[in-house]
Design a protein around this ligand. Structure first.
Ligand SMILES: NC(=O)C1=CN([C@@H]2O[C@H](COP(=O)(O)OP(=O)(O)OC[C@H]3O[C@@H](n4cnc5c(N)ncnc54)[C@H](O)[C@@H]3O)[C@@H](O)[C@H]2O)C=CC1
Ligand SMILES: O=C(O)[C@H]1O[C@H](OP(=O)(O)OP(=O)(O)OC[C@H]2O[C@@H](n3ccc(=O)[nH]c3=O)[C@H](O)[C@@H]2O)[C@H](O)[C@@H](O)[C@@H]1O
Length: 466
């Protein structure tokens, strides 16, 4: 029976995942630890609306469990020492240096965790990989733990997380499945798997808890993200063809999605997928395939990324082309900066890359996003390193509301599918814009007929002129 859990990493996965486990398992004490003091302070903020991650419903869960059996702390050693089970939920970004730069997952944070666990642990531990990792990472973790540990027994499990941002609470509460990989051939391995099954069985039906060997579990996570991203790139590839043939991508998506073998989900054409994981996980998969000499497999998956980059660029180019081939000093309003609705996360958001293209064409950009902070938007653009900081400061502004962002603009670009966009007074927006007033709907969310009646020139991704 697990009594104490420690989770290393209080990010988008560690925070919500542990909050739900704490809510569902009141007898287990859970401590989420992080190196980042500011993040931990935010998780501990007396006002739960200030927790560092915006996820619908999450603050209520935190309010219920925090201080009862859910704790956030920076004392990592203490939490490791006291726990029976340790989740590693740290970031695994794409490497930015050395071998595998731009492709492989950077495992330095994972290795640091393994070394810290090995140094601190004085009793047997079950170590759970919650981060998304290259297949066979469990072997490396085991080697580090066994060769540097204090003679205690470590069992390694793989338990990848499938939650999507914006729906994390419902995904965790009602998952399609929970995947647990372990060494089923040893008695201790079996017991470790069972211990984690028992945690989830507090609220997840047993037939949805799937147990596999370690490598299947690690590889299933990369495979799931590759398949999901592939669907988006597939429909986005068709969107370009729709635009020149007069077809409508939403109609095509509906028609194919009604085939039960294809299914209706994840077929919404967009300005491109973003988020911290799809790109990094596919690049990682490509790197793994190449490292085993599987070049055709690598090329197959790499195409998903190539198409996605093309989709973001062509959205920006279409704006330039439509605005009479120049956007120099024209104001373009961006509605949305987050990579999808209902999150404040902007990692790899397509908005960043569309902005980069337009800024390099000397456009002025004014951004409104209901959840993303101004400082984050500047950080995202400056992190690209491709546009001078002075130029960014002169050309990019962040507005306090949508009306301000759109005032005196030549065009509006919809970059995130926030529902509030449909509730605006679009006549008021139109009246305050330069004419012709263009809308480029990169998410296919606005009411076309209404906008056209007002007088907007409306372009939706994947919709061809008839
Ligand atoms: N964001 C998402 O929706 C999902 C992410 N994942 C995977 O989960 C993992 C974590 O992702 P996120 O939570 O988004 O990352 P994140 O960047 O939001 O959080 C990671 C946290 O780990 C902390 N950290 C790093 N090294 C540490 C160390 N040695 N000791 C203590 N704390 C340390 C960082 O300070 C950071 O707060 C990644 O492998 C990601 O691929 C999986 C499913 C969904
Ligand atoms: O490993 C991860 O990090 C997670 O990655 C994705 O979750 P997430 O990136 O949070 O959000 P998604 O809903 O998958 O959306 C990803 C991107 O694809 C775009 N998208 C999604 C669906 C669609 O039909 N069209 C489309 O353009 C979204 O707008 C967004 O930019 C997966 O859905 C999760 O299962 C997984 O756990």
């Amino acid at each position: 029976m697990i009594k104490k859990i420690c989770c290393i990493g209080a990010g988008y996965v560690g925070g919500p995942t542990m909050s739900i486990i704490a809510q569902k398992c009141p007898e287990i004490e859970i401590t989420v630890v992080d190196l980042n003091q500011k993040r931990i302070d935010q998780w501990n903020d007396a006002d739960v609306s200030n927790i560092p991650i915006y996820e619908p419903g999450l603050s209520n869960v935190v309010a219920e469990a925090r201080g009862r059996n859910l704790f956030f702390d920076t004392d990592i050693d203490k939490a490791i020492d006291e726990a029976d089970m340790i989740f590693i939920s740290v970031n695994t970004p794409t490497k930015t240096y050395g071998k595998g730069k731009g492709m492989a997952a950077d495992l330095k944070y994972i290795e640091l965790c393994a070394r810290q666990i090995a140094r601190v642990a004085t009793s047997d531990k079950i170590v759970v990989e919650k981060s998304t990792l290259p297949v066979r990472t469990a072997q490396a973790i085991k080697n580090i733990l066994d060769h540097t540990g204090n003679d205690v027994n470590f069992e390694i499990l793989s338990n990848p997380e499938f939650l999507a941002e914006g729906t994390a609470v419902s995904d965790l509460t009602n998952p399609d499945r929970v995947l647990i990989g372990g060494q089923q051939e040893t008695e201790k391995g079996k017991q470790a798997v069972q211990a984690l099954v028992d945690v989830y069985a507090h609220w997840v039906p047993k037939d949805k808890i799937l147990t596999t060997n370690l490598w299947s579990s690690e590889l299933s996570k990369l495979t799931a993200n590759a398949f999901l991203a592939q669907r988006v790139s597939s429909i986005n590839a068709m969107s370009e063809l729709c635009e020149i043939t007069g077809a409508d991508v939403d109609e095509v998506a509906k028609a194919i999605g009604m085939d039960s073998r294809i299914g209706p989900k994840f077929l919404k054409s967009s300005v491109g997928f973003g988020g911290s994981c799809f790109q990094k996980d596919i690049l990682n998969l490509v790197y793994i395939a190449k490292s085993y000499g599987l070049n055709e497999v690598a090329d197959y998956w790499e195409q998903v990324i190539i198409l996605n980059d093309h989709q973001k660029r062509r959205f920006a180019h279409n704006i330039v082309k439509t605005l009479y081939n120049t956007v120099s000093d024209k104001k373009i309003a961006f509605l949305g900066w987050a990579f999808k609705k209902d999150t404040n996360d902007t990692r790899e958001s397509p908005a960043i890359y569309v902005a980069e293209e337009l800024l390099s064409e000397q456009a002025k950009i004014s951004v409104w996003d209901p959840k993303v902070k101004e400082s984050q938007i500047y950080t995202d653009i400056n992190a690209l390193g491709s546009i001078e900081t002075d130029e960014v400061n002169n050309r990019l502004e962040v507005s306090g509301n949508a009306y301000e962002a759109c005032k005196d603009s030549h065009a509006i670009a919809i970059l995130t599918e926030w529902e509030e966009f449909n509730t605006y007074d679009w006549q008021r927006i139109y009246d305050n814009m330069h004419k012709p007033a263009f809308v480029f709907d990169g998410r296919g969310v606005l009411n076309k007929n209404k906008l056209q009646e007002i007088g907007f020139v409306y372009y939706r991704i994947g919709e061809g002129g008839v």
